[in-house]
Design a binder for this molecule. Structure first.
Ligand code: F6P
Length: 539
């Protein structure tokens, strides 16, 4: 199956409306996937059985099943870095065996998890104390990208389960963030976790040095080490930085940054919610892994999420997709998914180095509902671009006493996908205006503004309640979606060379910005911007 065959099918069906597909009363059931207590409804997508079959054939021809087996078997599918891709090993059961270079990686994963559990439990119970004798009441995770977004997103998502020290996150090299976070904390009771796979990322190492200076000033240089822990795959660098080995939680290069919240990078989350609940999150992810490996065709949720994604981006040509969780505690999910999806599949070169024939992955963006409704939904409903929407909502919240609010939340979520599909015709808009006594040209003018074209696609993911287990399922669902889309595009979803150039140029520009070097050789625009900043700073 080829992209062009799918595009031909798409063009041939262009005139039909999604709502007409519901003439078949069974559509909601047959165009949705249920598994593990989740319902992924993709019935409001412009696909009939033929279209779904073509997409499934596309996945078959791309050998998604074989590539999936390669990933789970520890093969080095990250070809540009010659690495295995084994975030699934971080949540695999103890009876699993996955070899990399002839060594089973699972015992090491479980040993590290056991050390994390021990550390988190002793910190939570107060057995691990600050050098001054007090409890650690605050934990600051310093990291960026995958060393921040996963634990920060999950820590907020699971806030009803927090019963440990308060956890804070610092990522930006903008000193404003660390200044604001540290301003509210007592250094004598603060543990700083430096989270960096490479332990070389400038933002993280700069913030870590700032935190070290803050602690040294407040608790004395001799005690600083006991206020730090590190999460990294670069144990040489953590030692050079002076963090004691027993405070270092290591992981291997086969864990990509944006896939790393399941292991040591999740330590701050584990401290907040406790090891048992962290385990439940891993179990949720593991159940999604098993489902992904065994469910067939339309019954495979990550596969269908990916095929809907391919349909909208590569076949229909819609440039963005909105992720719209009706769950305030998933406020950081869109940012998390931006890294997961865009750093993974924002590539223009295929595995063999040739240029892609198709467009790369879409722009991913979003905000929780209902807030987004009062901000950007106007454009989603009546703008000229079509933006596929991925809604998600739980059947219950964590506030039973506010169930009436939760009912409103669910109703709003369902109403939006309904409105996007149905729209409002000119005829109905005219009737509305007539009822308000408009006439003639003015009636026509007013009615035109009140038309909703409809026929705008969306999917809806339903889950019972945002527990640690369900969060694990949802995040693993999206990870596997990204994997399948990457396989179909024929790209390497596991490197990120596109972030390097800007990093290199920033290092070279810093002395120019500070005035220690002149801007000779810089392009005219950058030189002028530097000059403006320097002048503004002086004035
Ligand atoms: O610059 C991009 C990136 O490499 C991400 O892929 C990664 O998650 C982030 O930086 C942080 O990297 P590290 O964990 O090595 O500090």
């Amino acid at each position: 199956m080829s992209f062009s065959e799918l595009k031909a099918y798409c063009a041939a069906n262009d005139a039909s409306r999604i709502s007409d597909l519901f003439a078949d009363d069974t559509r909601a059931g047959s165009f949705s996937t249920q598994a593990l207590g989740l319902v992924f409804d993709w019935s409001k997508v412009a696909l009939d059985d033929d279209g779904v079959d073509l997409l499934l054939a596309l996945a078959d021809d791309a050998q998604v099943a074989a590539r999936r087996a390669d990933m789970f078997a520890g093969k080095k599918i990250n070809l540009t870095e010659d690495r295995a891709v084994l975030h699934v090993a971080l949540r695999a059961g103890g009876d699993t065996r996955i070899e990399v270079d002839g060594t089973d990686v699972i015992p090491q994963v479980h040993e590290t998890l056991a050390r994390m559990r021990d550390f988190a439990s002793r910190l939570r119970s107060g057995q691990i104390r600050a050098p001054g004798g007090g409890r650690f009441r605050d934990v600051v995770n310093i990291g960026i990208g995958g060393s921040d977004l996963g634990p920060a997103m999950a820590t907020l998502a699971l806030s009803p389960y927090h019963d440990g020290p308060r956890v804070h996150f610092v990522s930006n090299v903008d000193g404003a963030q660390i200044a604001d976070v540290l301003a509210g904390l007592n250094p004598a009771e603060t543990l700083v976790i430096v989270a960096s796979k490479t332990f070389t990322t400038i933002e993280t190492m700069t913030n870590a040095a700032t935190a070290r200076d803050w602690l040294a000033r407040e608790v004395g240089l001799g005690s600083v080490g006991l206020h730090f822990a590190a999460l990294s795959s670069n144990l040489k660098k953590t030692a050079e930085w002076g963090i004691a080995d027993e405070r270092v939680f290591g992981f291997e290069d086969w864990v990509g940054g944006r896939y790393s919240m399941w292991g040591p990078i999740g330590l701050s989350l584990m401290i907040a919610i406790g090891p048992d609940r962290f385990d439940q999150m891993l179990e949720g992810a593991r159940s999604m892994d098993e489902h992904f490996c065994h469910a067939q065709g339309r019954d495979n949720m990550p596969l269908m999420l990916a095929l809907v994604g391919i349909w909208h981006r590569q076949i229909c040509g819609y440039p963005t997709r909105a992720v719209l969780p009706y769950e305030q505690r998933l406020a950081r999910l869109p940012a998390y998914l931006q890294q997961l999806e865009m750093e993974s599949n924002g590539k223009r070169v295929a595995l063999d180095g040739s240029l892609l024939d198709e467009v790369s992955g879409p722009v991913v963006w979003g905000e929780p509902g209902t807030n987004g409704q009062h901000a950007f939904y106007q454009l989603i409903h009546q703008g000229t671009d079509i933006i596929p929407c991925e809604f998600m909502v739980g059947a219950s919240g964590h506030e039973p006493e506010l169930d009436h609010q939760h009912r409103l939340l669910m109703a709003n979520c369902l109403a939006q996908s309904q409105a996007l599909m149905q729209g409002r015709s000119l005829e109905v808009a005219r009737q509305m205006m007539q009822a308000q006594d408009f006439e003639g040209e003015e009636l026509e003018r007013q009615a035109a503004h009140r038309v909703f074209p409809g026929n705008r696609p969306s999917t809806t993911l339903l889950y019972p309640k945002l527990t640690p287990e369900v969060l694990g399922q949802i995040i693993a669902l999206y990870e596997h979606r990204v994997f399948v889309e990457g396989v179909i595009l024929g790209i390497n979803s596991f490197d990120q060379w596109g972030v390097e150039l800007g990093k290199e140029l920033a290092v070279a520009l810093e002395p120019v910005v500070s005035g220690a070097a002149d801007g000779a050789g810089l392009d005219g625009s950058t030189r002028a911007l530097v000059a403006h900043l320097q002048a503004m700073k002086k004035s």
